[in-house]
Write a protein that binds this ligand. Structure first.
Ligand SMILES: NC(=O)c1ccc[n+]([C@@H]2O[C@H](COP(=O)([O-])OP(=O)(O)OC[C@H]3O[C@@H](n4cnc5c(N)ncnc54)[C@H](OP(=O)(O)O)[C@@H]3O)[C@@H](O)[C@H]2O)c1
Length: 255
């Protein structure tokens, strides 16, 4: 339950070992956050993440098994969390796979697996979270989408398409919950130096997990429905989205 000052006390992270999520918890724990549930698929990474979260100042830290592709389990997993923590202030949906377009080209089923993790898994877990947020009449679901969903690039269009679907889902869910007391924050980062992008050359306007975390927390504080990180990407993509396709293809190929 948010405290009297509106501070976020309790958080569930879906994709609990995500660098972006952990940087966000670091930032939140500087203020009021003390209860953190980290849900993910790799127990060793989750334990390391739990240690980091404790060092950041959280006192009630739990790790639970969660696989984004196990969509039939999500309602139960989320209900179990709420049974133990009946008043969660924030759910951060941070899981995702980038994959490689050339691998997807060679193995189409692996492209669909990425879509199940990034999109279908977010629909099943996001809807399950929404049931509880609506019932408690407060709380925010923050969904990390990506600017990659704003306009799919040839060299990672499967990933981009999953993020476009995820972003539309999150926006629609936010509209659906309007007036219920619950809300959705859509987070659209650009290129961020995290485990997901390790070894890759920086993309344009590359940023850090800490900087994105600060943008997310600022967005939560002001009750925003959308956060771009860095903020100027909003205007960059307003232009990129309407570029004629031949120019877009040339730009994307030049990267
Ligand atoms: N880094 C960027 O440039 C960037 C930009 C825009 C958006 N994003 C998005 O931000 C989110 C967080 O990414 P990140 O940068 O923090 O990278 P990250 O550290 O690699 O985090 C991604 C997390 O997703 C988890 N995950 C993947 N598949 C899963 C599954 N089937 N079930 C449960 N968890 C699963 C991973 O778990 P494992 O550790 O077990 O693999 C990992 O903890 C992702 O949705 C990503 O698409 C990232």
């Amino acid at each position: 339950m948010r405290d009297a000052l509106g501070g976020i006390e309790s958080v569930l992270v879906l994709g609990g070992a995500s660098d972006l999520a952990l940087a966000t918890i670091d930032e939140l724990a500087k203020e009021r956050t003390r209860t953190v549930v980290l849900a993910g698929r790799d127990p060793a990474k989750l334990e390391a993440a739990a240690e980091r979260v404790r060092r950041a100042g959280a006192t009630d830290v739990e790790v639970i098994a969660f696989d984004a592709t196990a969509i039939d389990d999500h309602e139960r997993v989320i209900a179990d969390v709420w049974a133990r923590h009946p008043d969660l202030d924030l759910v951060l949906l941070a899981f995702g796979v980038l994959g490689s377009q050339s691998d997807f080209d060679e193995d189409p089923a692996s492209g669909a697996q990425a879509a199940i993790a990034n999109y279908a898994g977010a629909v099943s877990s996001g809807l399950a979270v929404a049931q509880h947020l609506r019932a408690q009449a407060h709380g925010t679901l923050a969904v990390i989408t990506s600017v990659a969903g704003e306009r799919a690039r040839a060299d990672n269009f499967v990933y981009g398409s999953t993020k476009a679907g995820l972003d539309a889902f999150a926006q629609g869910l936010g509209d659906h919950l309007a007036g219920s007391g619950a809300s959705v924050l859509v987070v659209r980062p650009g290129f961020v130096r995290t485990a997901m992008t390790e070894g890759m050359p920086d993309g344009p306007m590359a940023t850090t997990a800490d900087a994105v975390a600060r943008d997310i927390v600022a967005g939560l504080k002001r009750g925003a429905h959308t956060v771009w990180s860095p903020a100027k990407l909003r205007w960059v993509f307003a232009v990129l989205k309407v570029l004629p396709r031949p120019i877009w293809r040339k730009l994307a190929a030049a990267r």
